[in-house]
Write a protein that binds this ligand. Structure first.
Ligand code: RUQ
Ligand code: CUA
Ligand code: CA
Length: 627
């Protein structure tokens, strides 16, 4: 047997094994099926590997795109440069972060609010605010499925600045933004139906449970309204008219077990008429639930506010094409995607046509379609979880095929490694979709990297889609879980280099200093207020403004540090040894941390962000007098 043949056979049996593990991963038995033309795929893979696309980002060169990655159940957001796939920064959101003091500093705790007591989160869907269907670089929004929250990140300072817990529902999953005229609303799907009111009554009557679709005001981050739906809600996207938003529902059965949720051949995509909902709320046509003041409208089947479009089967991703023409629902347990014509939706709402008549194509793509993304040239790219592939297909050809013409809409299938969830093409959620890069977030890396114990990294793969053929360029091992990402042109983001002294991020701390008669930019002072002690100090590399301060055992101590350095990239840290207190203080930032001085003695504090040749010496002492 030739070497080549041997390799091919080995590779085939490996893929066979992987395919079967993928099937087990999705829903147990009953899903095994089509093997596809593996030999053909192999040759495609070999070809992709042998041809480079000539792109190289040399050391010191900057990337063309920012990528914002959700960190899944690690709760954070990560910033990558694309195409180099270098990790540039992490933004803690729903997690606790030792380096920056997120969840530890007073400023971050204020932003975390009531939910500061949670140490965990599950960040899924990062999306950038838009004006007229284009990224405006102002905010990034992201959901927390674990604790039913929505967070906002300011893209000037790259910090989380608001977190809202959504009332009356459980598990915010799908999240997308209004695209036009601008991002007034953040749309958020609550996935899991619950009893209403959820206070211990009626727990075993799932047929009475419901969940809601939520609109959050993007500026105030308050919930504007909620819409009761049938079934449940998975993913969502908005259109380019500002009127419609669609969400997939995989549980039309209202099942509470896996088997029950797979019973129906079709579930649906529910379409929301945002303008009609706004009118209903304005007219006072709503109720409220429990203590919450949020207007709740009824969007269950038969309501004027929604329409339910039947699509097969346990659909998952819902993606709007960048030309504004289609919502695409990804079939998951059906090998198809359903193409919904947005220009037919006014007729659906006017009852001139049946909801199902808005489906104008249902191409068969392969096993386990999860998410679709677009190149702005009429092609769609759908991840096939079970097949471990991305299918490239042409939307207009799929429509022609649905209408009976003999035309092949499939352009290419590319192997990815392995079991992809989301994929995302550059600028795909905006009018500017430019069809250059495709990131595929593969849930398993299996044999692609050195083994690192039972827990393996996942695999972010970068694919060049600028030509006719998709070409795999890069494997990027990532820590759990790179759930989803968004790629935006570097010039669409405008990050600050220094903090502004009047930044709202630490305005409350500045106000506290003012009350204490302290000028943060110059004073180093200890203020006693009963058993509360506030210690104000400056930092200029390599020195804190105070070399020591004295408190009494049992005091609640708040240390406020103002970094006076005006130099870009000169961040200090503050760490109080043996007190669990540490934080970042960026150039021109004020940050504070509060702890109890519960043991008498000498405790050193030191700077923990490397700032100077004498960084090790940047320290001081807290003297705690015995009570
Ligand atoms: S959903 S793997 Cu949380 Cu983004 Cu589709
Ligand atoms: Cu200041 Cu290190
Ligand atoms: Ca179902």
């Amino acid at each position: 047997m030739s070497e080549d043949k041997k390799k091919e056979l080995q590779s085939l049996s490996r893929r066979h094994f992987l395919r079967n593990t993928g099937v087990a991963g999705v829903a147990g038995a009953g899903l095994a099926g089509g093997f596809g033309s593996a030999a053909l795929l192999q040759s495609q893979r070999a070809k992709a590997a042998s041809e480079g696309n000539g792109v190289e980002i040399a050391p010191g060169e900057l990337d063309e795109y920012y990528g914002f990655w959700s960190g899944g159940h690690s709760g954070e957001v990560r910033i990558l440069g694309v195409p180099s796939m270098r990790e540039l920064m992490r933004i803690p959101v729903f997690n606790i972060d030792s380096a920056t003091g997120w969840g530890i500093s007073n400023e971050s705790k204020r932003i975390l609010g009531d939910s500061a007591r949670f140490l965990a989160g599950d960040a899924h869907h990062p999306h950038i605010s838009m004006t007229d269907g284009r990224y405006d670089g102002k905010y990034l929004f992201i959901n927390d499925k674990a604790n039913t929250r929505v967070a906002r990140i300011r893209l000037d300072v790259m910090k989380t600045d608001k977190i809202t817990t959504i009332p009356n529902v459980q598990a915010i999953h799908g999240l997308r933004l209004q695209k036009v005229p601008h991002t007034k609303y953040v749309f958020a799907n609550a996935e899991l139906p619950i009893p209403q009111v959820n206070d211990g009554r009626d727990m075993e009557t799932p047929e009475n449970y419901y969940t809601m679709f939520n609109a959050i005001d993007a500026e105030t981050m308050e919930v504007a309204w909620q819409v009761i739906v049938d079934g449940n809600l998975d993913n969502t996207d908005a259109d380019y008219t500002g009127r419609f938003v669609a969400s997939t529902c995989y549980n039309s059965e209202k099942g509470v077990t896996l088997a029950e949720t797979m019973r129906n051949e079709r579930d649906w995509a529910v379409v929301f008429d945002v303008e009609a909902i706004e009118k209903a709320v304005e007219a006072g046509d709503y109720k409220t639930i429990g203590d919450s003041k949020v207007p709740v409208v009824d969007g269950r089947d038969g309501s004027k506010l929604t329409r339910y479009i039947p699509v097969p089967k346990n659909p998952h991703g819902l993606n709007t094409s960048p030309d504004g023409k289609y919502f695409i629902a990804n079939g998951k347990l059906s090998p198809t995607c359903s193409v919904i014509a947005i220009d037919k939706l006014p007729d659906v709402f006017a009852d001139k046509i049946e909801p199902r008549d808005a489906v104008i194509a249902e191409p068969e793509l392969g096993l386990g379609p999860l998410h679709t993304t677009f190149d702005g040239r009429g092609n769609a790219y759908t991840t096939l979880f079970i097949d471990s592939q991305v299918a490239k297909w042409n939307i207009e050809d799929a429509i022609r095929s649905y209408n009976g013409e003999e035309v092949n809409y499939l352009r290419q299938k590319l192997d990815v490694h392995y079991q992809p969830g989301h994929n995302h093409a550059s600028l795909t959620e905006s009018r500017d979709a430019d069809g250059k890069w495709l990131v595929v977030l593969s849930k398993f890396s299996k044999d692609r990297f050195l083994p690192v114990g039972p827990l393996r990294p996942e695999n972010d793969q970068l694919i060049d889609i600028s030509g006719e053929e998709m070409k795999l360029i890069h494997d990027g091992p990532t820590y759990a879980e790179p759930h989803d990402c968004i790629l935006v042109r570097a010039d669409q983001i405008n990050p600050s280099k220094l903090w502004k002294r009047d930044d709202p991020f630490f305005a409350e701390t500045v106000a506290m200093a003012k009350k204490d008669g302290v000028t943060l930019e110059s004073d180093n002072k200890v203020i006693r207020d009963g058993n509360k002690v506030r210690v104000y100090m400056t930092s200029v590399a390599p020195q804190f403004g105070l070399e020591k301060f004295t408190v009494k055992q049992g005091d609640e101590v708040t240390v406020v540090v103002t970094n006076l350095d005006q130099v870009e990239d000169l961040t200090h840290g503050f760490c109080m040894v043996n007190h669990g207190a540490q934080m970042e203080i960026g150039p021109q930032q004020t940050a504070s941390v509060t702890f109890t001085a519960d043991k008498p003695g000498v405790y050193w504090y030191y700077c923990n962000w490397f700032c100077h040749a004498m960084h090790m010496e940047m320290s001081g002492r807290m003297l705690v007098e015995p009570a």
